[in-house]
Design a protein around this ligand. Sequence first.
Ligand code: SF4
Length: 428
Amino acid sequence: MSTLDASVDTTIRAITNGEAPGVTCTPELAKGPWQFDSTPGYGPGSSMFDVIPTGSPRQGALPREYQDASNDDLHARIRAAKKSLGERLVILGHFYQRDEVVQHADFLGDSFQLANAAMSKPEAEFIVFCGVHFMAETADILARDEQRVILPNLAAGCSMADMADSDSVQAAWEELTSVYGSEPDADGRVPIIPVTYMNSSAALKAFCGANGGIVCTSSNAKTVLEWAFERGQRVLFFPDQHLGRNTAKAMGVPLDRMPMWNPHKPFGGSTKQGLLDAQVILWHGFCSVHKRFTVGQIEQARIDHPGVRVVVHPECPMEVVDAADEAGSTDYIRRAVIGATEPTTFAIGTEVNMVNRLAAEHPQHTIFCLDPVICPCSTMYRIHPGYLAWVLEELVAGRVVNEIVVDAAVQTDALLALQRMLAAKPRD
Ligand code: SF4
């Protein structure tokens, strides 16, 4: 079996059973996610050692019939439920989702593309989001009030999004405003603007909306920072330090003007003068999937494949982005592959499900994941066809389970921050 024509899930099972060469970060990945639902944690995979915040949503027990069903049986049941629900249903699949789930999706994309895809199906009563918690929240914010958003496994959070919580960001904001005050400068720019990455809770998007701030994606982070610098003297960027640092550095912000904010230390671990000199204050957050990529892997890829084109996601650490040939969002990476007119060797630094899918879809190219250890996003991996079959059959029976509802007050301010992002235009 070649890893190119097998899903990541099948490949991990084969490695775990000793039927295929290769390495996976944990054999626990071959188990059904329901075996971890009662244990607090992100489950096996890239984020498994990250600290899960108290009060994170837990998934109740998946009914036994779905745990015991074969994949073929589950796929048949999903297809039948989809057919029965017809236009009342739209299924969204994130690029990082396993193939066994993605094959049932009506749309495949990044979190913002999928939220927009949901808006393009206003007739759909049910939006089943095969991604992680913050994505389902964003879909609920953007969807019509009558549309109901469902996350098949409530334990599918995002460890990076969970690294910034409302209380810690609010406390940081109060400390920062005690240093900066609230008076604008001679150009009318306020002392500080909050910018949150799309990968954050609805509550933090609302915090930005309420405090003159904005949301960004990995595709538009530069445009959003330009927007923020036109209106503010500096930026508090959360939760991903790497996207913030990589983007601001490419815009010419010196590294010594980008202090890190550690929420467990007074003034984030900086001096008052350091904060006064800051242009971008970076929250101490990261993605454990993208943190796995190293400069050593890039050097090895260049030795093994002379002429290789190394493309990485900007959630990777700065030294990895600097050593790569290109860095860009999942959509950028897809377009880089699709746009290559000559057979090309690509070493890609992003989640393995997406990389293997690109490899299978573009056999004219040689495409491989920079990280030779197969280690998917653990939270995305919590969505298994068993959960998808369960939520769909419940819908057919007239019951809505695992609905994600964003509080109306949060929704209003979060929408404001998202609308500012949509209105922000790149500088010429
Ligand atoms: S890949 Fe990283 S940022 Fe994306 S959902 Fe997984 S943990 Fe979160």
